[in-house]
Design a protein around this ligand. Structure first.
Ligand SMILES: Cc1ncc(COP(=O)(O)O)c(C=O)c1O
Length: 411
């Protein structure tokens, strides 16, 4: 017996005032950390204070030798493109299905972006990358979509075989690993956005690299003057640019770094809570014919704990995905969502604008035929992974709402 849907006049499954997802939890300890930093310094020009503390904590969190913080993930990806030495005429292979900033910083410099198809997790694979390989491709950037790690061994092998740089956009995947290895450590460089992500600084981005030289170049692209003058090897060619940097400043704020230090000090608790929530929702949906969790099997990798992705099976339901979502929202599950900003970006005019100084006359690129991307984005929906004390009502309520609407629409 299924109870009447709220959309049809029945009782709501949950009646919790919005917003349904707050991150990070602003508790007394975090308030104190922000306040203490405000009294200490609102602007640091070097890494002797909180910016250095944050970078060290992030490097330890991932297990990587060098990290450099930025004001945003977008700025860090742009620095990564420049450090990789990509220039007009070169191309980068990128996912068509991703958030736009995985690829837009390359386009900013007139670099061609060649878009690859997606697998069942929304991720590129060695196969989808190989399908689009062409002679001017110099690098690959992957995004671990919605927290699911890409198949990194085969992608790394593909890059080695074709002499391509491997760059990772780990913005959705702070806690992810593939075959026991943390994402962000497979390639030549990686970036994590720390805007509203599983580890957040409010706004921010961070670049990871193994090489001393890349780290110094990252400083030139984000932190001119004091940090460059003190941290770059004076015998290096690029030291000549330490005073000016390369023309732009992308420094993270001290308050953002203080939030990051606090988040990383609690990373274990955040991970444990988020994994518990993921597990509770995925096991709760076991056997549901309408919805299946989009989560890589544990023998392949560990989920990055950004959001919980779900696949809607239209063949098993009497309604469309959009109707299903509306009915979940009517049940009070306000955050059930089909992503709008993260989608196939291959048709965006920015990616046809090869000359960054061209007049404002957009050229619509030809539509790509990417069946994996189309299938993924037409059937995908998501809910938050909560991660704080007191979130039980929301976790249970969303599971109950998804289950109730699924039962009502199952064929
Ligand atoms: C996959 C991905 N890459 C890059 C970015 C850009 O990061 P930021 O917003 O910090 O500039 C985001 C931001 O949401 C993202 O989701």
């Amino acid at each position: 017996m299924t109870s009447t849907l709220a959309a049809h006049g029945g009782p709501k499954t949950l009646d919790v005032a919005a917003p349904h997802y707050r991150w990070p939890t602003i508790d007394a300890e975090l308030e104190q950390a922000i306040l203490a930093q405000a009294h200490r310094s609102l602007s640091d020009r070097d890494a002797r204070g909180v910016i250095g503390d944050y970078e060290q904590a992030f490097a330890a969190f991932i297990g990587t030798p060098h990290v450099v913080s930025f004001a945003s993930g977008t700025a860090a990806i742009h620095a990564m493109s420049r450090i990789a030495g990509l220039r007009p005429g070169d191309a980068v292979l990128a996912p068509a299905y991703t958030f736009l900033a995985t690829a837009s910083p390359f386009a900013y410099d007139g670099i061609e972006v060649v878009f690859a198809d997606a697998d069942d997790y929304g991720n590129v694979t060695a196969r989808t990358l190989a399908e689009r390989l062409k002679p001017n491709v110099r690098a690959v950037i992957v995004t671990h979509m919605w927290g699911n790690p890409c198949p990194m061994e085969e992608i790394a092998a593909f890059c080695r075989n074709h002499d391509l740089l491997l760059l990772e956009d780990c913005s959705h995947a702070h806690f992810a690993s593939w075959a026991g290895q943390r994402v962000g450590t497979f390639g030549d460089m990686a970036v994590f956005s720390t805007n509203q992500k599983a580890i957040t600084t409010g706004e921010g981005g961070i670049l990871l690299t193994r090489r001393d030289r890349d780290r110094e170049l990252a400083l030139l692209y984000g932190h001119y003057n004091k940090r460059c003058l003190t941290e770059i090897d004076p015998s290096a060619d690029h030291y000549a640019f330490a005073f000016t940097g390369m023309g732009l400043k992308h420094r993270i704020t001290t308050l953002a770094a203080a939030i990051g230090v606090h988040q990383l000090a609690h990373a274990k608790q955040i991970e444990t809570r988020r994994r518990t929530v993921l597990e509770r929702i995925t096991t709760g949906l076991d056997g549901n014919p309408v919805l299946t969790p989009v989560v890589v099997p544990p023998e392949s990798g560990q989920h990055g704990l950004y959001v919980i992705g779900l696949r809607f099976h239209p063949g098993n339901a009497t309604v469309t995905r959009e109707q299903f979502i509306d009915w979940c929202i009517a049940e009070g599950a306000l955050e059930v969502d089909a992503p709008g900003s993260t989608r196939d970006i291959s048709g965006e005019p920015l990616f046809s604008r090869r000359d960054p100084f061209a007049p404002w006359k957009p050229v619509q690129p030809p539509a790509e035929h990417l069946p994996g991307v189309a299938a993924f984005q037409e059937t995908f929906l998501k809910i938050p992974i909560w991660g704080y004390d007191g979130d039980d009502d929301l976790v249970d309520g969303y599971l109950a709402a998804l289950t109730k609407v699924s039962a009502a629409v199952a064929r």
